[in-house]
Design a protein around this ligand. Sequence first.
Ligand SMILES: Cc1cc2nc3c(=O)[nH]c(=O)nc-3n(C[C@H](O)[C@H](O)[C@H](O)COP(=O)(O)OP(=O)(O)OC[C@H]3O[C@@H](n4cnc5c(N)ncnc54)[C@H](O)[C@@H]3O)c2cc1C
Length: 436
Amino acid sequence: MTERHRVVVIGSGFGGLFATKALRRAPVDVTVLAKTTHHLFQPLLYQVATGILSEGEIAPATREVLRRQRNARVLLGEVTAVDLAARTVTSVAPTGSTTTPYDSLIVAAGSSQSYFGNDRFADFAPGMKSIDDALELRGRIFGAFEMAELATDPDEIDRWLTFVVVGAGATGVEMAGQISELARRTLPGDFRNIDPATARVILLDAAPAVLGNFGQKLSEKAAKQLRRIKVDVQLNAKVVDVDATGIDVEDADGQRRRIASMCKIWAAGVAASPLGAQLAGQCGAATDRVGRLHLEPDLSLPGHPEVFVVGDMTAEQPGVAQVAIQGGRYAAKQVRRRLADRGPQPPFAYRDKGSMATVSRFHAVVSVKNLQLAGFLAWLMWLALHLFYIVGFKSRVTTLLHWTISFVGRGRSERTTTLQQVYARQALQRLDDSRT
Ligand SMILES: Cc1cc2nc3c(=O)[nH]c(=O)nc-3n(C[C@H](O)[C@H](O)[C@H](O)COP(=O)(O)OP(=O)(O)OC[C@H]3O[C@@H](n4cnc5c(N)ncnc54)[C@H](O)[C@@H]3O)c2cc1C
């Protein structure tokens, strides 16, 4: 009996999951290799960090999502090496390493936070790329109010109640908006020594506009709404240093100043998965300055038509979910067509379905082709689209419930942070360190 065609998919994010699902009826065996056990809906990470949603609602177990897909199996492991010549992928898990052979490979390992060469900032201003990041930030944000309640020195209270979000793209805007609403709508009344509503939320960016990629009109509307909900928007302000107690900023006139703040959040800059550089080294593909790969028009690696790269690791398209979804489906279709001895598809062409970002409850900005919308209607569109893409019926129901609690009411259902999370993270880190 001849062996079935083996497809290995690296990553269980948007690209990996949608590629796998698109192979559901194909005569192949799919192995999904990912370093987390869940599929993550990154656009809502900020709601986990600010206590609106639970981690389970935006990160269902990948094997549960793929339970009914009999030709797919899910393996936990961080891919450390791809051997293009031998057609194998090596991954490591806490118990050891695994080598998985492939006939076709779809690489969708995404991107990580970039500190523009200042990795030491990460300890003081965590980014937001994973559930671990969001839970850590949740601990830091709610913890800052707790520390302020304990403090007696007014300067110390100010430091704890000053939140700085670096990066005024969609993630930074959403994060700053939610911290401000948390401080002014949810927390008042919970404390005795401090007034949470006096918290300062500063949104910083070296660029001259918030949401620059949405165009001038929507950018200005978003900035206006941010100011309305008391977010202090500081533009043309470049971060030059970050430490435990504050952040140093250089303004457009070259003047440096310091913002005293204990809770900083990094929402600026991405770098493609290092697997991109590894693949480029083996096949001679070019990479851009953040390590994304330049590919053949059908998303395959130069000289390796059996290897596709999709999503945030690709240089030609923007780093958004739709690029990964469409790329994943395209690569899967290419595999299916080859197996059926059908000719190739036309080159991959990303269909831009538009962008959206929430600024506050009931206020979002949406840019779809010629339609530019800001306000409540845009927020309803945001709500409908995000509900549609959240994976699983039960997540949709509980998400809607939590949104009602937070946006119609004032509550936040997910304020819990536990020491166990901190200990587990440290234990895993030690395990990781002992391996290297
Ligand atoms: C906070 C935030 C908000 C965002 N908001 C929006 C938005 O509103 N709209 C929008 O369109 N886009 C948004 N994006 C971007 C969007 O989420 C990404 O473009 C999309 O997730 C990219 O999909 P991907 O499959 O390439 O990578 P990811 O979804 O990041 O998936 C990467 C997968 O690879 C796995 N992985 C990584 N390295 C390895 C390895 N070495 N071995 C094994 N597995 C590995 C990861 O565990 C993960 O499963 C946002 C991103 C972030 C971080």
